[in-house]
Design a protein. Structure first.
Length: 252
């Protein structure tokens, strides 16, 4: 085990699969104790089994204020402190502004924006008590650029990007840093579902690869190095920043 995050306590949402799972494993390898948060307890328990004793499993819906309060309370009670929040939970619905239903719009913003906001503000008191902290928001390149058929997802990620900047300004004097990671198309259960629903999944996958100059789609592990850096004291002068991790997608 390395020690870049020794003594750090982290909450990670959406930790049961994909990017959240990979980041949880990476932070734990670097010495952090991690609270794994998600809606599917069985997946969280699998990740906890891989990590070992330095974990806490908390099944919760991040769009619900009462469940967020429970997550923060139990994390601090178990580990005694809180230094890092990685807001990774998210949903993706495909469609234009006409095609997206009201229910899909509401779910997207309840999880991708409201949940991120509620949890971010809930961790401020324990982070102040700890002398500072790092909030890491998993946004998207579509929070920077638009795209076809992403009329709810892209706006939600744009909101996450601007909330990142606003909170960085508001809480920098408290040594609470807030940054955003903006992945492009990373191969996870979420994106696999998008491809599988296409009329020609192989064609869609090839098209997705073709817009990335590096010549492949991302893997969850491609995101973990930046997450560890932002969680660590190495990034102590980094706040309000938005980091594309996109295989060159935005350069095209």
């Amino acid at each position: 085990m390395n020690s870049r995050l020794q003594g750090k306590i982290a909450i990670i949402t959406g930790a049961g699969s994909g990017i959240g799972r990979a980041c949880a494993l990476a932070l734990a390898r670097e010495g952090a104790k991690v609270a794994l948060v998600g809606r599917r307890k069985s997946l969280l328990e699998e990740v906890a089994h891989e990590i070992g004793d330095s974990t806490l499993v908390l099944a919760a819906d991040v769009s619900r204020k009462d469940e967020i309060a429970r997550v923060v309370e139990h994390t601090v009670a178990r580990f005694g402190d809180l230094n890092v929040l990685l807001n990774n939970a998210g949903v993706l619905h495909i469609g234009t502004a006409e095609q997206i239903t009201e229910e899909q719009w509401d779910e997207t913003f309840n999880i991708n924006v409201r949940g991120l906001w509620l949890l971010s503000r809930a961790v401020l008191p324990p982070m102040r008590k700890a002398g500072g902290g790092s909030i890491i928001n998993m946004a998207s390149v579509l929070g920077i650029n638009g795209a076809r058929n992403r009329a709810s997802y892209a706006p939600s990620k744009g909101a996450a990007v601007l909330l990142t900047k606003c909170m960085a300004i508001d809480h920098g004097h408290e040594n609470i840093r807030v940054n955003a990671i903006c992945p492009s198309f990373v191969e996870t259960d979420l994106t696999a579902a998008v491809i599988s629903k296409a009329p020609d999944p192989n064609l869609v996958r090839s098209e997705r690869i073709s817009v990335h100059p590096i010549g492949r789609l991302g893997q969850p592990e491609d995101i973990t190095g930046l997450a560890v850096y932002l969680a660590s004291d190495e990034s102590s002068w980094v706040t309000g920043s938005v980091f594309p991790v996109d295989g060159g997608y935005l350069a095209v």
